[in-house]
Design a protein around this ligand. Sequence first.
Ligand code: GUN
Length: 290
Amino acid sequence: MTAQILDGRTLSTSLREYLRRDTAELAAKHGRAPGLAVILVGEDPASQIYVRNKKKACVDVGIESDAFSQTLPAEISQQHLLGLIAELNADPKVDGILVQMPVPEHIDPEAIIEAIDPGKDVDGFHPYNIGRLTARMPALRSCTPFGCMKLLEQTGIDLHGQEAVIVGASNIVGRPMTMELLLAGATVTVAHKFTRNLQQHIERADIVVAAAGKPGLVKGKWIKPGAIVIDVGINRMDNGKLTGDVEFDKAAERAAWITPVPGGVGPMTITMLLTNTVQAFREHLGDTCE
Ligand code: GUN
C-alpha cells in the first residue's frame, strides 16, 4: 500500500479563502475587523518565526494583529505581562490574545494562560476551554488538535469505534487531542514517556497521532496496514531539514493516509488559530449564525 497524502497546505489554502470572505463580510457589517494580539516575550529564534508567520496569516485573511501585538524584552516581570493581559482582556477591539510559548523561566506559563479571558483564548489552552472540550461542550478548541481533526475529516472515514493511539500527553497537543478523538467516538489510548511497549500499541492502531517531538520515534514497520498517520512532530535536524516523529517513507508504504512534515499539521495549526479568532469575533459581536 502507498499512502495518500493528507495535505495541510492545500486544506489551509481553501479554509483561509473562506475565512477571508467571512471576515470581509463581518467587518463590513460591524465596522471593524477581528483583532488578535500576539505577544512574544524574549528573542527565542523559533518563537520569532512562529509569531511572524501568525501575524502574516492574520494580514492574509483580514484580521488586525499589528495594532495590538507586542514584543517584550525577556526580562519583563510576570506582573507587567499580567497587566498587559488585563488591558487586552478589557479592550473591545481585541477578540483574541495569544502569548507565544515558551515564556522565560521566571514567568509561570500557567498563570499567564489562566489570566487570559477564556472568550479571547484563541489558542484554546485555558482550563475553561480544555474543560469545555472534556465535557463535550467545545468552545475555543486547541489549534493543533483541532487542525488534526480537520485533516482526519478529509479521509472521509467514520471515526466511531476506531482504535486511536496518541503518542505524547502534552497540554498543548496530546491531552486535547485525546478529548477531540473521544468526542468523535474513537477508542483512545495515550502513550507517554512511561509507556512500556510503544510498538505493541502502535501495531493495533487504526489512527496514530505522533506528538512526542522525537524524530523517528514511530517506526514505519509498526504501522498497521491501512492506518491513518498524523505526524505532529516538527523536528529540525542538523542538516537544517524538518522531520516528523514518524519514519515517513516506511510508514507511507503501509498506511492508507499520512501527513507529511512539513506541509501537514503545521499549516493547519495557524489556520485554526485564524478560525478561532473569527469565531471569538462573532461571539463578541453576537453574530454567531454562519
Ligand atoms: N508554542 C508552541 N506552539 C504554540 C501554540 O500553538 N501557541 C502558543 N501560544 N505557543 C506555542
